[in-house]
Ligand binder design. Structure first.
Ligand SMILES: Cc1ncc(COP(=O)(O)O)c(C=O)c1O
Length: 443
């Protein structure tokens, strides 16, 4: 075994055992080389391997740091946990290079110029006027014409969905959801004692005839929809589908919860449902996918009549979002940083999607050209669990259809998140996915 492998193994074991706290700066490459009796280039290789294993992060010009392993992604209860040294194709937290540096600079600017005392006090539950103005201007660029009086700032889109659901529903209410949908909404609906009623899906959208039939049969309180970039199927509803959905909602008095968490990835999308049916639609989005999930900044744009109820629930639960991150996020909304990151991530997603369609050609994968995920249907006799387990053995985490399915029979498919690993890792991981799918003995 080459000597450097021994050094990698020993450091990896110590890092996993928690020998150093998260954020601890490790010795320079030169110092590590001297300590271990290896060349400096070899020490750099050691750190590169540890970085590839997800144990350390290196920052240009600053050094190598111990990663916070407890904060590894994919720990949500509706998602399988992901080994820290695995390539994570199960959960999306897209980042472009330099985001940590952006944060460092923004914190410096805030410290130098902001009214920090104001950030230490309680804030209005729906956010300060100037912050809600910044959100309203941002949403305007997405085709939403709302003033700040209709905006509420929340702790991520997930809290936006939770607050909306608490304001709209009583236990037992029926909410129409896609047969394959974002798992966080289903967890929420079940937690609140709602009845999620699945709508059959096609590659281009939900079966709207089935929605109409459901509304005729049952008292449907709301429909949960992702018209602009559906997770996991990647569809974008066209004008006529949107008009149809809105017409059903109007005729049957059904509210719409429009989740636009991934809408920023689609340029020139048709108007949001909230623009077509402003009196019925609660629009929920956030900065997790366009900027960073750790900020926990999301927003709701709601019909004016619903705002007091939403505000009361925010007051009763979290009171408001943390002032510091809200100020930071709104600064980025105002100075063009968010627009820039969105553009970079659109390009990044396009590149990743094109790599996926090249590597997975012929397997029938479904994905919008600028989205961060691929839905890979498998033949009825394939074994998605076995494929996911075989990939886990190869240190690649993927999701099966299970967490996304709202029907009792779960379709055979894999859902691949393309946004969380580096491009070279993606190029390595996707062929392995293809191999396992191709070689599945039950295919
Ligand atoms: C469709 C959708 N909605 C909402 C969320 C929650 O995002 P946030 O981190 O803003 O709470 C996610 C996260 O994956 C998502 O995919």
């Amino acid at each position: 075994m080459p000597k450097y492998k021994g050094v990698v193994d020993s450091l990896a074991a110590q890092l996993r055992d928690g020998r150093w706290p998260a954020g601890h700066r490790l010795p320079t490459h030169r110092k590590l080389a001297a300590d271990e009796g290896i060349a400096v280039v070899t020490a750099s290789r050691v750190y590169a391997e540890l970085e590839g294993m997800g144990l350390v992060s290196s920052e240009q010009g600053r050094g190598t740091f111990v990663r916070d392993l407890a904060a590894a992604a994919g720990e949500e209860f509706d998602q399988r946990s992901v080994a820290v040294d695995a390539l994570d194709l199960s959960f999306n937290y897209p980042a472009v290079p330099g985001q940590a540096e952006l944060l460092r600079q923004a914190l410096r600017d805030l410290a130098a110029g902001g009214d920090l005392d104001a950030l230490l006090r309680y804030q209005p539950p729906r956010g300060r006027d100037q912050d809600r103005d910044a959100v309203a201007r941002h949403l305007h660029r997405r085709g939403l014409d709302v003033g700040r009086e209709q905006i509420l700032i929340v702790n991520g889109a997930q809290q936006g969905l939770a607050v909306t659901a608490m304001a709209l529903f009583q236990p037992g209410d029926v909410v129409a959801v896609d047969a394959l949908t974002y798992p966080g909404f289903v967890v929420l609906a079940r937690t609140l004692g709602l009845e999620p009623a699945p709508l059959p899906v096609t590659e281009i959208g939900p079966d709207l005839k089935a929605l109409e039939q459901l509304c005729r049969r049952r008292r449907v309180r709301a429909v949960y929809a992702m018209p602009t970039l559906h997770n996991p199927l990647g569809w974008v509803l066209d004008h006529s589908q949107r008009a149809q959905l809105v017409s059903i909602a109007h005729r049957y008095g059904v509210s719409i919860i429009e989740d636009a968490s991934y809408a920023y990835l689609v340029e020139d999308a048709p108007p949001p449902l909230a623009t077509l049916a402003p009196d019925l639609t609660v629009y929920v989005s956030g900065l997790s996918k366009s900027v960073a999930p750790g900020l926990r900044i999301g927003f709701i744009a709601a019909p004016a009549a619903l705002v007091p109820a939403l505000e009361r629930i925010i007051r009763a639960t979290t009171w408001h979002t943390p002032g510091l991150t809200t100020a930071l996020a709104c600064r980025w909304l105002t100075d063009g940083t968010v627009d820039r990151l969105e553009e970079q991530k659109r390009d990044d997603a396009r590149l990743r999607q094109s790599i996926a369609s090249e590597v997975l050609a012929g397997l029938g994968g479904v994905g919008h050209p600028s989205s961060y995920f691929v839905w890979l249907p498998l033949p009825q006799d394939a074994r998605p669990d076995r494929i996911a387990a075989a990939l886990a053995d190869r240190r690649i985490a993927v999701s099966t259809a299970e967490p996304f399915a709202t029907t009792s029979t779960v379709p055979h498919a894999l859902r691949l998140a393309l946004g969380s690993v580096g491009i070279p890792d993606l190029r390595n991981a996707l062929p392995a996915v293809r191999e396992e799918v191709d070689h599945d003995p039950f295919r």
